[in-house]
Ligand binder design. Sequence first.
Ligand SMILES: Cc1ncc(COP(=O)(O)O)c(C=O)c1O
Length: 388
Amino acid sequence: MNFGAEQINLDILKKRAFNLRWASVPEGVIPLTAADPDFPCASPIREAITKYVHDGYLSYGPPEGLREFREALAENYHVSKKVLIDPGYILPVDSAAFGIYLICKTFLQPGDEAIIFDPVDFLFRYSIETVNAVAIPFSIPPGTGKVEFNALEELITPRTKMICLCNPLNPTGKVFTKEELLQLGEIATKHDLIILSDEIWSDIIFNPFQFTSISSLESEIINRTITVTGFSKSYGLAGLRIGAVLAPNKQHYARLFNTSLHQSTIHGSNVLGQIAATAALRECGDWLKEFIIHLQKMRDLCVTELNSIKGFNCISPEGCYVAFANITETGLSSEDMQKLILEKAKVSVVPGLKKWFGEGAEGYVRISFASSEYILKEAFSRIKNTIY
Ligand SMILES: Cc1ncc(COP(=O)(O)O)c(C=O)c1O
């Protein structure tokens, strides 16, 4: 697979890619916004969906999810992340976003506190607040080398029930080290807290960094961790709304399953999403490797280009395909910069507003680079003609 401009069908993207992307922006604007690739999904995924549909039956799936999908995910987690999980404790859900919400709904009561990183993707705060709990931000500024988790411990009160880990960390691209995860796990164990570990970005790791899953560590940590993952980032399947929750603790799994409402068919993960995700896990390893090689090149291009813009400073992300650029030296706020780039350069980026990433994001803009070199170079040339 090559990840060149000729692979990208803009006519289709402009009709189908919503959520701040091609179908949501005015004609002529390049959206480097929501983290969703411009490339079509891998052929084995398309073939698996086509075959399933061709057979003609689209009946109800099992409430606990398709066995083949749960087995493929358990195997993938074992082989690539050194995590041992029984497929019986994997619950397919209709997106990682819903997985985060489901964990919050299951384990947080109104008034409970949950610690989130700052900055971090909005879904954590949103889910916590939707169940009437309180999100307590723990600052991990972009470029933080070693996180001092002792400072996190000071935020813990008798009402704290959960720590939300986002590894790798969207939007700063930090990949947590084993030592950091052990420290976080020990604090959670000491204070009897649930760990929500969002690992949706765990495949997108750049050389020489390595991903460690917190659920590959000690049994006391594993027992209190619920992992959420998804297929929107690595495989471009956002529209299928497919993800999974991994709960190695039997009681946690039972509570999550009960809260999910899968048994009553009110919710559930649709079978085509599970078929597609199974093909992704079983047949798309080589495609994913090529994609990561391409992304690493795009990351380098993006960081070099961003640092060449007057007043912009950008560290190189260790994982995730987003660059988080500091723009404070331009004298503009994140929102004003986003508006300027949109209006004058016709490029759309995500401003570092509290509603997207928390208070620690002010002074930054986020740029997704899961596109072709041609599109990214065009976007940067436009931005540089606007800000000089
Ligand atoms: C950290 C994180 N978690 C979850 C999601 C949502 O993924 P999904 O499309 O599976 O809901 C995103 C998407 O940007 C994300 O960055």
